[in-house]
Design a protein around this ligand. Structure first.
Ligand SMILES: [Zn+2]
Length: 330
């Protein structure tokens, strides 16, 4: 029992504002869409709502370094960043962190400023220049944080590379290279209810032919600007509101986003970039398939969206054996 308690104690860390040891509300999460289509980026931490003037403390004891300007003034202690502060400590100086105090109060590093569109502390973890870890999963997350609500998703289909151009949404028969878009939202249930994206992993598969493809947000690496963000989020719905529209077929590998697709014309036993020249050698015969997409939150709660679509190997199927004919040949 003692080792279990010790594991709990060392596997979490306190919140940077009082009360340090119980869950606070989280209104935005790592990887959320930020800024605009002209200047897109991933959100690099979490947002903790609290009123202007709230005192902010350091998690650890180390040198506090302040920088930034205006509303983005921040104090960084080690890899912990607290942004949107005023009345910050002047100059670089050693501070006593929450983790190193028992009877004496920790040092103040600043107070929350009056932030447009809602006062909040932006809290992020990572070295200068990144990558930035997810504060809600690092060492089990801050004390008491939990997320018991399951995400909800729906899916639809688009011509690969159409990036949400409404003229290129696909309905009915799918043909060629297809992007799967997932409309996701998750309710953060810890420390109050607040709708954010809160989706950290998407997986998709077609019928049982696998393998399961995955897009995952373990961390974000600056600059994260430009097209890579728009390969994750639909530019036509970029940052309008939750829920967020994610391109499930694309994926992040080593912090690089790859523009992927489901090739319904793929040749069997070949890479998905190779089209089949006839139905006989097609990986996906002319029939119905279930397309499955799973969306996970940070606690691995998930929802499944399932859509039944017809897949065809060629536009003009009259020149090819029908699915029934293939079945008879077998
Ligand atoms: Zn923020």
């Amino acid at each position: 029992m003692a080792s279990i308690i010790l594991t709990i104690l060392i596997s979490t860390y306190p919140w940077p504002i009082r009360p340090f040891g119980s869950a606070l509300q989280v209104s935005a999460t790592l990887g959320d869409a930020r800024e605009s289509v002209a200047d897109p980026r991933f959100h690099r931490g979490i947002d903790i709502p609290a009123s202007v003037g709230t005192t902010v403390y350091s998690i650890i004891s180390d040198t506090a370094r302040w920088d930034g300007s205006g509303v983005n003034t921040y104090v960084r202690v080690g890899n912990y960043w607290c942004i949107h502060l005023e009345d910050r400590r002047k100059g670089d100086s050693l501070v006593l962190g929450i983790l190193d105090t028992i009877n004496t109060p920790p040092d103040t590093i600043g107070k929350m400023l009056d932030y447009p569109n809602g006062d909040h502390l932006h809290f992020q973890i990572g070295p200068a220049g990144g990558p930035f870890e997810n504060p809600l999963s690092r060492n089990g997350g801050p004390v008491g944080y939990n997320d018991t609500g399951s995400p909800t998703i729906t899916i639809d289909f688009w011509r690969q590379g159409s990036e949400g151009d409404t003229a290129q949404q696909l309905v009915g028969v799918l043909d060629g290279r297809v992007d799967i878009r997932a409309c996701c939202q998750d309710t953060q249930t810890s420390g109050g209810v607040n709708n954010t994206s809160g989706i950290y992993k998407l997986t998709w598969s077609v019928d049982t032919v696998g393998p399961i493809q995955t897009i995952i947000f373990p961390q974000v690496q600056p600059p994260n600007n430009g097209d890579s963000v728009l390969l994750v989020y639909d530019r036509h719905n970029y940052r309008t509101a939750s829920p967020f529209y994610c391109w499930a077929t694309n994926r992040i590998v080593n912090n690089q986003v790859e523009d992927r697709y489901w090739n319904t014309k793929q040749k069997d036993n070949q890479p998905d970039s190779v089209d089949a020249e006839s139905l006989e050698v097609a990986r996906f015969k002319d029939c119905y398939y279930w397309v499955l997409v799973k969306a996970y939150d940070i606690r691995e709660n998930f929802d499944v969206a399932k859509d039944k679509e017809t897949d065809r190997i060629q536009d003009d199927v009259s020149e090819l054996p029908s699915f029934d004919d293939v079945q008879k040949e077998v």
